[in-house]
Write a protein of this length. Structure first.
Length: 143
């Protein structure tokens, strides 16, 4: 079973005062649970285990809910605003993280990863047209 560490849910925010040297258009994120700033957290050597896979997962209105949007071994390459941030301790997959993990579903309740289900078949408009025509014929409606 894959071990996944929960690093929280992150949101955008605007600090009261920009840190020295930061451009005015810098985006900031903080963790919902404790308000820790992403830049401070991502650069703290104690925040993550080295050589593990870190990923962000965004809520989508699909079965399964969260989709992995970015995965990397370098946390400074992520920006988790609006997403969940997780870390896979025992990743044994391909080194091509983008190919292997992006668009996988993540279940935050069970800390498990799943493939996305296949999309539903396209709607059969011809079948609908035939049913409407049959109803119109029963009602005596001519097109």
């Amino acid at each position: 079973m894959t071990q996944i560490i929960d690093h929280g849910k992150w949101v955008c925010y605007q600090p009261d005062k920009l840190p020295p040297g930061m451009p005015p258009n810098t985006l900031f994120a903080r963790r919902v649970s404790d308000g820790v700033d992403w830049y401070d957290y991502s650069r703290d050597a104690k925040s993550f285990i080295s050589d593990t896979v870190k990923f962000t997962a965004l809520w989508q209105d699909i079965p399964g809910g969260y989709i992995i949007s970015a995965a990397t071994r370098d946390p400074t390459r992520l920006f988790p605003a609006g997403a969940l941030l997780r870390e896979i301790i025992d990743y044994h997959g391909s080194d091509d993280l983008h190919l292997e993990l992006n668009n996988k579903l993540y279940n935050p309740d069970t800390h498990t990863l799943h493939n996305r289900p296949p999309p539903p078949p396209p709607f059969d408009f011809k079948g609908l047209e035939a049913r409407v025509a049959a109803i119109e014929a029963l009602l005596g409606i001519t097109p």
